[in-house]
Design a protein around this ligand. Structure first.
Ligand code: PLP
Ligand code: COI
Length: 351
Protein backbone atom coordinates (compact mmCIF):
# COMPACT_ATOMS: atom_id res chain seq x y z
CA UNK A 1 0.00 0.00 0.00
CA UNK A 2 1.28 3.44 -0.88
CA UNK A 3 1.67 5.66 2.18
CA UNK A 4 2.48 9.35 1.99
CA UNK A 5 3.08 10.94 5.38
CA UNK A 6 2.29 14.58 6.05
CA UNK A 7 5.08 17.11 6.33
CA UNK A 8 2.90 19.31 8.52
CA UNK A 9 1.46 17.34 11.44
CA UNK A 10 -1.34 19.23 13.20
CA UNK A 11 -1.25 20.45 16.77
CA UNK A 12 -3.54 18.01 18.58
CA UNK A 13 -6.63 19.37 20.29
CA UNK A 14 -7.11 19.32 24.06
CA UNK A 15 -8.43 15.77 24.59
CA UNK A 16 -10.48 16.97 27.57
CA UNK A 17 -12.60 19.16 25.28
CA UNK A 18 -13.18 17.03 22.22
CA UNK A 19 -16.93 17.03 21.66
CA UNK A 20 -17.92 14.92 18.65
CA UNK A 21 -16.45 14.93 15.14
CA UNK A 22 -14.77 18.33 15.22
CA UNK A 23 -11.13 17.34 14.85
CA UNK A 24 -9.50 15.09 12.26
CA UNK A 25 -6.20 13.24 12.30
CA UNK A 26 -3.27 13.94 9.98
CA UNK A 27 -3.97 11.24 7.38
CA UNK A 28 -6.81 9.45 5.63
CA UNK A 29 -7.31 6.36 3.50
CA UNK A 30 -8.52 6.75 -0.07
CA UNK A 31 -9.43 4.08 -2.62
CA UNK A 32 -10.94 4.92 -6.02
CA UNK A 33 -13.20 2.94 -8.34
CA UNK A 34 -13.06 3.42 -12.12
CA UNK A 35 -13.41 1.27 -15.26
CA UNK A 36 -15.39 -1.31 -13.32
CA UNK A 37 -12.80 -2.02 -10.63
CA UNK A 38 -11.36 -0.77 -7.36
CA UNK A 39 -7.81 0.57 -7.32
CA UNK A 40 -5.33 0.10 -4.48
CA UNK A 41 -5.96 1.77 -1.11
CA UNK A 42 -3.63 4.65 -0.34
CA UNK A 43 -2.87 6.58 2.83
CA UNK A 44 -2.37 10.27 2.21
CA UNK A 45 -2.31 13.45 4.30
CA UNK A 46 -5.82 14.61 5.34
CA UNK A 47 -6.79 17.16 2.72
CA UNK A 48 -9.76 18.64 0.87
CA UNK A 49 -11.09 16.84 -2.21
CA UNK A 50 -11.11 18.56 -5.55
CA UNK A 51 -14.55 17.70 -6.96
CA UNK A 52 -16.53 19.10 -9.89
CA UNK A 53 -19.58 21.11 -8.78
CA UNK A 54 -21.55 18.59 -10.90
CA UNK A 55 -20.39 15.55 -8.88
CA UNK A 56 -23.13 12.89 -8.53
CA UNK A 57 -23.07 12.67 -4.72
CA UNK A 58 -23.42 16.44 -4.39
CA UNK A 59 -26.69 16.41 -6.36
CA UNK A 60 -28.32 13.02 -5.94
CA UNK A 61 -26.89 11.89 -2.57
CA UNK A 62 -25.29 8.74 -3.90
CA UNK A 63 -23.25 8.37 -0.76
CA UNK A 64 -23.02 6.01 2.19
CA UNK A 65 -21.01 5.95 5.38
CA UNK A 66 -20.22 3.99 8.52
CA UNK A 67 -19.35 4.77 12.11
CA UNK A 68 -17.00 2.66 14.24
CA UNK A 69 -14.51 3.29 17.04
CA UNK A 70 -10.91 2.47 17.93
CA UNK A 71 -9.87 2.44 21.61
CA UNK A 72 -6.69 2.51 23.62
CA UNK A 73 -7.10 0.24 26.63
CA UNK A 74 -5.42 0.44 30.05
CA UNK A 75 -2.55 -1.81 28.86
CA UNK A 76 -1.92 0.43 25.86
CA UNK A 77 -3.48 -1.99 23.36
CA UNK A 78 -5.12 -0.42 20.34
CA UNK A 79 -8.40 -2.14 19.58
CA UNK A 80 -11.47 -1.87 17.36
CA UNK A 81 -14.99 -3.07 18.09
CA UNK A 82 -16.80 -5.35 15.58
CA UNK A 83 -15.32 -3.61 12.57
CA UNK A 84 -16.20 -6.52 10.25
CA UNK A 85 -19.87 -5.78 10.93
CA UNK A 86 -19.37 -2.18 9.79
CA UNK A 87 -17.78 -3.18 6.49
CA UNK A 88 -20.49 -5.81 5.94
CA UNK A 89 -23.20 -3.22 6.52
CA UNK A 90 -21.39 -0.76 4.27
CA UNK A 91 -21.43 -3.27 1.44
CA UNK A 92 -25.17 -3.83 2.00
CA UNK A 93 -25.68 -0.05 1.89
CA UNK A 94 -23.61 0.05 -1.33
CA UNK A 95 -25.90 -2.52 -2.95
CA UNK A 96 -29.01 -0.54 -1.98
CA UNK A 97 -27.55 2.72 -3.33
CA UNK A 98 -26.49 1.07 -6.60
CA UNK A 99 -22.80 1.46 -5.75
CA UNK A 100 -20.00 -1.10 -6.20
CA UNK A 101 -19.20 -3.36 -3.26
CA UNK A 102 -15.57 -3.66 -2.17
CA UNK A 103 -13.27 -6.21 -0.55
CA UNK A 104 -13.82 -5.66 3.18
CA UNK A 105 -10.50 -7.35 4.07
CA UNK A 106 -8.55 -4.87 1.93
CA UNK A 107 -10.40 -1.91 3.45
CA UNK A 108 -9.87 -3.31 6.95
CA UNK A 109 -6.12 -3.82 6.53
CA UNK A 110 -5.78 -0.29 5.14
CA UNK A 111 -7.80 1.05 8.08
CA UNK A 112 -5.60 -0.79 10.58
CA UNK A 113 -2.50 0.70 8.98
CA UNK A 114 -4.08 4.16 9.14
CA UNK A 115 -4.92 3.70 12.82
CA UNK A 116 -1.36 2.54 13.58
CA UNK A 117 -0.04 5.72 11.94
CA UNK A 118 -2.51 7.82 13.97
CA UNK A 119 -2.11 5.96 17.28
CA UNK A 120 -1.22 9.13 19.21
CA UNK A 121 -4.65 10.53 18.27
CA UNK A 122 -6.52 7.84 20.23
CA UNK A 123 -7.67 9.25 23.57
CA UNK A 124 -6.92 6.73 26.32
CA UNK A 125 -9.64 7.86 28.70
CA UNK A 126 -12.99 6.16 29.39
CA UNK A 127 -15.79 7.60 27.28
CA UNK A 128 -13.37 8.78 24.59
CA UNK A 129 -12.26 7.04 21.42
CA UNK A 130 -11.01 7.50 17.89
CA UNK A 131 -14.13 7.62 15.74
CA UNK A 132 -13.77 5.89 12.37
CA UNK A 133 -15.81 7.25 9.47
CA UNK A 134 -15.62 5.12 6.29
CA UNK A 135 -17.47 6.90 3.47
CA UNK A 136 -18.20 6.13 -0.18
CA UNK A 137 -19.37 8.68 -2.75
CA UNK A 138 -20.30 8.63 -6.42
CA UNK A 139 -17.95 11.06 -8.16
CA UNK A 140 -18.95 11.24 -11.86
CA UNK A 141 -18.98 14.93 -12.89
CA UNK A 142 -22.28 14.46 -14.75
CA UNK A 143 -25.81 15.75 -14.07
CA UNK A 144 -27.84 12.88 -15.58
CA UNK A 145 -29.71 10.90 -12.95
CA UNK A 146 -28.08 7.48 -13.05
CA UNK A 147 -25.62 5.57 -10.93
CA UNK A 148 -22.14 7.05 -11.03
CA UNK A 149 -19.45 5.06 -12.83
CA UNK A 150 -16.65 6.31 -10.60
CA UNK A 151 -16.49 6.22 -6.80
CA UNK A 152 -14.25 7.18 -3.94
CA UNK A 153 -14.10 5.14 -0.74
CA UNK A 154 -12.31 7.00 2.02
CA UNK A 155 -11.80 6.72 5.74
CA UNK A 156 -11.24 9.65 8.06
CA UNK A 157 -10.58 9.49 11.81
CA UNK A 158 -11.70 11.85 14.55
CA UNK A 159 -10.83 11.77 18.26
CA UNK A 160 -14.17 12.07 20.09
CA UNK A 161 -15.74 12.41 23.49
CA UNK A 162 -19.43 11.96 24.28
CA UNK A 163 -21.89 12.41 21.40
CA UNK A 164 -24.35 14.34 23.54
CA UNK A 165 -23.02 17.54 25.08
CA UNK A 166 -24.53 16.49 28.43
CA UNK A 167 -22.62 13.15 28.44
CA UNK A 168 -24.39 10.38 30.33
CA UNK A 169 -27.22 12.57 31.64
CA UNK A 170 -30.48 11.10 30.32
CA UNK A 171 -31.56 12.60 26.99
CA UNK A 172 -34.89 14.22 26.19
CA UNK A 173 -36.52 12.84 23.12
CA UNK A 174 -39.49 14.10 21.14
CA UNK A 175 -41.70 11.70 19.21
CA UNK A 176 -42.17 13.05 15.69
CA UNK A 177 -45.70 12.53 14.43
CA UNK A 178 -45.70 14.65 11.27
CA UNK A 179 -42.46 14.00 9.38
CA UNK A 180 -41.01 10.56 8.63
CA UNK A 181 -37.40 9.44 8.26
CA UNK A 182 -37.87 6.31 6.18
CA UNK A 183 -40.50 3.94 4.86
CA UNK A 184 -40.54 0.25 4.01
CA UNK A 185 -39.02 -0.16 0.57
CA UNK A 186 -37.02 3.06 1.01
CA UNK A 187 -33.44 3.43 2.20
CA UNK A 188 -34.00 3.42 5.98
CA UNK A 189 -31.99 0.27 6.62
CA UNK A 190 -29.03 1.54 4.58
CA UNK A 191 -26.61 3.99 6.15
CA UNK A 192 -26.92 6.52 3.36
CA UNK A 193 -26.52 10.27 3.40
CA UNK A 194 -30.07 11.11 2.28
CA UNK A 195 -31.59 9.53 5.39
CA UNK A 196 -29.83 12.09 7.54
CA UNK A 197 -30.78 15.04 5.31
CA UNK A 198 -34.41 13.90 5.60
CA UNK A 199 -34.16 13.97 9.39
CA UNK A 200 -32.68 17.45 9.90
CA UNK A 201 -35.79 19.66 9.88
CA UNK A 202 -37.64 17.65 12.53
CA UNK A 203 -34.43 17.45 14.56
CA UNK A 204 -33.96 21.23 14.52
CA UNK A 205 -37.59 21.76 15.50
CA UNK A 206 -37.22 19.38 18.43
CA UNK A 207 -34.06 21.17 19.61
CA UNK A 208 -35.90 24.51 19.51
CA UNK A 209 -38.51 23.01 21.82
CA UNK A 210 -35.80 21.92 24.27
CA UNK A 211 -35.35 18.26 23.27
CA UNK A 212 -32.16 16.54 22.18
CA UNK A 213 -33.38 14.37 19.32
CA UNK A 214 -36.39 13.00 17.51
CA UNK A 215 -37.89 9.53 17.82
CA UNK A 216 -39.30 8.38 14.49
CA UNK A 217 -42.50 6.46 13.93
CA UNK A 218 -43.38 4.14 11.05
CA UNK A 219 -44.28 5.99 7.85
CA UNK A 220 -47.50 4.09 7.13
CA UNK A 221 -49.52 4.29 10.33
CA UNK A 222 -47.48 6.80 12.37
CA UNK A 223 -47.97 4.44 15.25
CA UNK A 224 -44.97 2.18 15.77
CA UNK A 225 -41.60 3.26 17.14
CA UNK A 226 -38.74 3.00 14.66
CA UNK A 227 -35.56 4.60 16.05
CA UNK A 228 -33.90 7.86 17.09
CA UNK A 229 -31.68 9.96 14.75
CA UNK A 230 -28.44 8.28 15.73
CA UNK A 231 -29.46 5.31 17.84
CA UNK A 232 -31.74 2.29 18.14
CA UNK A 233 -34.28 2.28 20.96
CA UNK A 234 -34.97 -0.10 23.85
CA UNK A 235 -37.79 0.08 26.43
CA UNK A 236 -37.98 -1.82 29.70
CA UNK A 237 -41.65 -2.68 30.15
CA UNK A 238 -42.47 -4.88 33.13
CA UNK A 239 -39.83 -7.59 33.08
CA UNK A 240 -39.21 -7.40 29.34
CA UNK A 241 -36.71 -5.38 27.35
CA UNK A 242 -38.45 -4.48 24.08
CA UNK A 243 -36.75 -3.14 20.97
CA UNK A 244 -38.39 -2.43 17.60
CA UNK A 245 -38.03 -5.33 15.16
CA UNK A 246 -35.92 -4.63 12.06
CA UNK A 247 -38.85 -4.24 9.68
CA UNK A 248 -36.87 -2.76 6.77
CA UNK A 249 -36.95 0.95 7.55
CA UNK A 250 -34.70 0.85 10.63
CA UNK A 251 -30.91 0.87 10.67
CA UNK A 252 -29.68 -2.53 11.92
CA UNK A 253 -27.40 -1.16 14.62
CA UNK A 254 -24.27 -3.05 15.59
CA UNK A 255 -24.58 -1.74 19.15
CA UNK A 256 -28.26 -2.87 19.09
CA UNK A 257 -27.23 -6.40 18.09
CA UNK A 258 -24.45 -6.48 20.71
CA UNK A 259 -26.80 -5.13 23.41
CA UNK A 260 -29.43 -7.79 22.71
CA UNK A 261 -26.75 -10.48 23.05
CA UNK A 262 -25.27 -9.04 26.26
CA UNK A 263 -28.66 -8.61 27.94
CA UNK A 264 -29.91 -12.08 26.94
CA UNK A 265 -26.68 -13.67 28.16
CA UNK A 266 -27.29 -12.07 31.55
CA UNK A 267 -30.78 -13.57 31.67
CA UNK A 268 -32.87 -10.56 30.69
CA UNK A 269 -35.80 -11.26 28.41
CA UNK A 270 -35.23 -9.22 25.25
CA UNK A 271 -38.01 -9.13 22.67
CA UNK A 272 -37.72 -7.75 19.14
CA UNK A 273 -41.18 -6.79 17.96
CA UNK A 274 -43.29 -3.87 16.81
CA UNK A 275 -44.06 -1.51 19.65
CA UNK A 276 -46.66 1.24 19.34
CA UNK A 277 -46.70 4.63 21.03
CA UNK A 278 -50.13 3.66 22.46
CA UNK A 279 -48.46 0.76 24.25
CA UNK A 280 -45.66 2.99 25.57
CA UNK A 281 -48.15 5.59 26.86
CA UNK A 282 -50.22 2.87 28.51
CA UNK A 283 -47.13 1.32 30.11
CA UNK A 284 -46.08 4.77 31.31
CA UNK A 285 -49.51 5.47 32.81
CA UNK A 286 -49.70 2.16 34.64
CA UNK A 287 -46.10 2.27 35.88
CA UNK A 288 -44.82 -0.59 33.73
CA UNK A 289 -42.43 1.60 31.67
CA UNK A 290 -39.33 1.44 33.82
CA UNK A 291 -36.47 2.44 31.55
CA UNK A 292 -35.75 3.64 28.04
CA UNK A 293 -32.37 3.87 26.36
CA UNK A 294 -30.79 4.21 22.96
CA UNK A 295 -27.75 2.40 21.53
CA UNK A 296 -25.28 3.47 18.86
CA UNK A 297 -21.58 3.74 18.11
CA UNK A 298 -21.51 7.48 18.74
CA UNK A 299 -24.23 7.45 21.42
CA UNK A 300 -22.91 4.23 23.10
CA UNK A 301 -25.73 3.42 25.59
CA UNK A 302 -27.72 6.57 26.31
CA UNK A 303 -30.41 6.67 28.96
CA UNK A 304 -33.59 8.45 27.90
CA UNK A 305 -35.11 10.57 30.66
CA UNK A 306 -38.00 12.19 28.81
CA UNK A 307 -40.14 11.02 25.89
CA UNK A 308 -42.47 13.75 24.66
CA UNK A 309 -45.55 12.61 22.74
CA UNK A 310 -48.55 14.68 21.69
CA UNK A 311 -47.55 17.55 23.95
CA UNK A 312 -47.01 15.42 27.08
CA UNK A 313 -43.57 14.78 28.64
CA UNK A 314 -43.26 11.27 30.01
CA UNK A 315 -40.58 11.29 32.70
CA UNK A 316 -38.89 7.95 32.80
CA UNK A 317 -37.30 6.54 35.95
CA UNK A 318 -37.29 10.02 37.53
CA UNK A 319 -34.87 11.17 34.85
CA UNK A 320 -32.18 8.77 36.12
CA UNK A 321 -30.26 5.96 34.46
CA UNK A 322 -32.04 2.66 35.23
CA UNK A 323 -30.41 -0.57 36.42
CA UNK A 324 -30.66 -2.43 33.11
CA UNK A 325 -29.31 0.57 31.19
CA UNK A 326 -26.44 0.76 33.67
CA UNK A 327 -25.75 -2.98 33.44
CA UNK A 328 -25.57 -2.70 29.66
CA UNK A 329 -23.46 0.48 29.70
CA UNK A 330 -20.95 -1.01 32.16
CA UNK A 331 -20.63 -4.31 30.35
CA UNK A 332 -20.52 -2.99 26.79
CA UNK A 333 -18.01 -0.25 27.59
CA UNK A 334 -16.17 -2.72 29.84
CA UNK A 335 -15.54 -4.93 26.81
CA UNK A 336 -14.77 -1.96 24.56
CA UNK A 337 -12.20 -0.48 26.95
CA UNK A 338 -10.61 -3.86 27.71
CA UNK A 339 -11.76 -3.97 31.34
CA UNK A 340 -14.07 -6.95 30.96
CA UNK A 341 -13.46 -10.24 29.26
CA UNK A 342 -14.51 -10.28 25.61
CA UNK A 343 -15.94 -13.77 25.37
CA UNK A 344 -17.72 -12.85 22.13
CA UNK A 345 -14.65 -12.04 20.03
CA UNK A 346 -15.89 -8.51 19.35
CA UNK A 347 -12.54 -6.84 19.94
CA UNK A 348 -9.62 -6.93 17.50
CA UNK A 349 -6.18 -5.81 18.69
CA UNK A 350 -4.28 -3.99 16.00
CA UNK A 351 -0.91 -3.08 17.48
N1 PLP B 1 -29.74 4.41 13.86
C1 PLP B 1 -29.20 5.38 13.13
C2 PLP B 1 -30.08 6.19 12.24
C3 PLP B 1 -27.81 5.63 13.19
O1 PLP B 1 -27.25 6.61 12.47
C4 PLP B 1 -27.02 4.83 14.04
C5 PLP B 1 -25.57 5.04 14.12
O2 PLP B 1 -24.81 4.45 13.43
C6 PLP B 1 -27.63 3.80 14.78
C7 PLP B 1 -29.00 3.63 14.67
C8 PLP B 1 -26.84 2.87 15.64
O3 PLP B 1 -26.10 1.99 14.86
P1 PLP B 1 -24.71 1.38 15.37
O4 PLP B 1 -24.99 0.76 16.68
O5 PLP B 1 -24.32 0.40 14.33
O6 PLP B 1 -23.77 2.53 15.48
C1 COI C 1 -22.68 6.54 14.58
O1 COI C 1 -23.13 6.27 15.69
O2 COI C 1 -21.59 6.09 14.20
C2 COI C 1 -23.40 7.37 13.65
O3 COI C 1 -23.13 7.29 12.48
C3 COI C 1 -24.42 8.28 14.19
C4 COI C 1 -24.31 9.71 13.81
C5 COI C 1 -23.07 10.39 14.27
C6 COI C 1 -24.67 9.97 12.40
Amino acid sequence: MKITLTKNPKVKPDFSKLGFGKYFTDHMMVMDYADGKWGEPEIIPFEDFNLSPATTCLHYAQGIFEGAKAYKDADGNITVFRIDENFKRMNRSAERLCMPTFDAEIAKEALFELIRIEKDWIPAEDGKALYIRPTMIGIDPVLGVHASHTYRLYIILSPVGAYYAHGLEPTKIMVEDKFVRASIGGTGEAKCMGNYAASLLAGEMAVKKGYDQVMWLDAKEMKYVEEVGSMNMFFVIGDEVVTPALVGSILPGITRKSSIELLRDHGYKVVERRISMDEIVEAYNNGALKEAFGTGTAAVVSPVGVIAYKGVDMNINNGKMGDITKYLYDNLTGIQYGKKEDKYGWITKIN
